[in-house]
Design a protein around this ligand. Structure first.
Ligand code: AMP
Ligand code: MG
Length: 413
């Protein structure tokens, strides 16, 4: 693989160009998966006062010297009440979860540790230290304190906190616009008449789904034929977007016009080959704000290259700090062969036994067998220097599904 870049260098190069495009204000209801543009401060103490963590009785710990203790119930307090009555020695208050702790008490005894004796008498069957089962004022949120930092990805928990601090409009990072173009004379569009001699366009849709899974709705530009004029028109359209994904026609065959046409349009190409499999002929270029990924035509290669180069770039452009797929050490269920000189991504299914996760390759690893990707839970990483792994060896996998990402991508070094 002469002139081919190590994947880690290609990834760094892409990330240097993948800067976030700006910020915008959006409705909280639409904010899942977006990234906070600013720090968020709390506008209240939450809880606003000390409250009960349990249904039970608010008592003074000093009253519980001898077990059991009988106390007189002088109040009934629900969440949302504002108790004013001070509970005296020998007394207690019935209290519900979330209700404010009344003056004169410092402990909550859960109902399971008590016995009702009469309508206004209760027997407490345990002793307790002050502070038991009390949630302190502001233990969740404190007025004017930063509760969420800029760069935080909005997951369901974050979204709940934004609602707690009444952030109905949220300032978030803009998402990059993405266009997808397939190229090749042999390609048959999804709605074209069935022709047994053609190759159905899978890449437009698999790439579309990969982009959608990151939270971005891409524009499909269709199919460009292996013809410089048709390519020129479609590539011109694609260069209006922040990211253009082109699959097919990017190699050096006599019908591969993508590279010269992009250069004719003023795109600066940064690399054309990467030491990886599947997907060695993968290229990256830039023109003004547009970043162009030229992905191999083989469907598996196209998807794997997207994962390794475009996924971190798009996540970075969305403002995320965790941009790489989550990784996991697993044991191999069977041997996998490898010749050193490139990093290889083996599509695997994960299962579990008593010792943890096991990875089994999804059958044929040909880059034309898209089912290998359809079935895969993860990509097993065979590093550049590896000369293969035996059954039972431990290796790293990148998990393909889910919304959890991490900051480091040590596995491709
Ligand atoms: P290329 O990179 O253009 O040389 O294409 C490599 C292989 O990928 C060829 O067998 C193509 O038919 C196939 N291919 C190219 N583009 C697509 C696509 N959009 N969908 C499915 N297969 C494709
Ligand atoms: Mg082609």
């Amino acid at each position: 693989m002469k002139d081919a870049l190590p994947l880690i260098d290609a990834q760094h190069l892409v990330l240097q160009h993948a800067v976030p495009p700006g910020t915008e204000s959006i409705d909280l209801l639409q904010s899942l998966g977006r990234v906070l543009a600013h720090d968020i401060c709390s506008n209240r103490d939450h809880p606003p006062c000390d409250i009960s963590a349990m249904d039970g009785y608010a008592v003074s710990a000093a009253d519980l010297g001898v077990v059991p203790t009988r106390l007189t119930v002088v109040a009934d307090i629900k969440a949302g009440d504002l108790p004013v009555l001070t509970v005296q020695a020998g007394q207690c208050a019935r209290i519900m979860t979330g209700a404010p702790i009344p003056p004169g008490t410092d402990t909550v005894i859960r109902v399971e540790d008590t016995q009702a004796i009469a309508a206004d008498k209760v027997q407490i069957n345990i002793s307790a230290k002050a502070g038991k089962d009390i949630r302190c004022r502001a233990e969740n949120l404190r007025t004017n304190e930063v509760v969420l930092k800029a760069g935080t990805g909005i997951n369901p928990g974050v979204l709940g906190i934004l609602a707690m601090v009444k952030c109905a409009q949220v300032q978030v990072r803009c998402r990059p616009s993405v266009a997808i173009l397939s190229s090749g004379d042999e390609l048959e569009g999804l709605h074209d008449a069935f022709d047994i001699n053609k190759i159905p366009d899978a890449n437009s849709y698999a790439l579309m789904a990969q982009v959608q899974a990151l939270g971005i709705e891409p524009k499909l530009l269709g199919i460009a034929r292996d013809d410089p004029d048709d390519l020129l028109e479609k590539l011109k359209q694609g260069l209006q977007y922040d990211v253009l994904l082109v699959s097919g026609g990017t190699s050096v065959g006599v019908h591969d016009f993508v590279r010269p046409t992009l250069e004719q349009l003023g795109v600066k190409m940064h690399f054309w080959r990467v030491q990886m499999r599947p997907g060695q002929p993968v290229a990256f270029g830039t023109r003004q704000h547009c970043k162009v990924f030229c992905l191999p035509g083989n469907p598996v290669s196209s998807m794997v290259c997207f994962e390794q180069l475009a996924t971190p770039a798009l996540r970075n452009m969305m403002g995320h700090t965790r941009i790489f797929r989550r990784t996991l050490p697993v044991r191999l269920a069977q041997a996998v062969a490898h010749r050193p000189g490139h990093i290889e991504f083996v599509r695997v299914v994960l299962s579990r036994d008593a010792d943890g996760y096991l990875a089994t390759p999804t059958g044929s690893q040909s880059s034309g067998v898209l089912l290998s990707m359809a079935q895969a839970d993860a990509l097993l990483v065979l590093p550049n220097g590896s000369s293969g792994l035996a059954a039972g060896d431990v290796a790293i996998v990148q998990l393909l599904d889910g919304t959890e990402f991490e900051e480091d991508d040590r596995c491709i070094q």
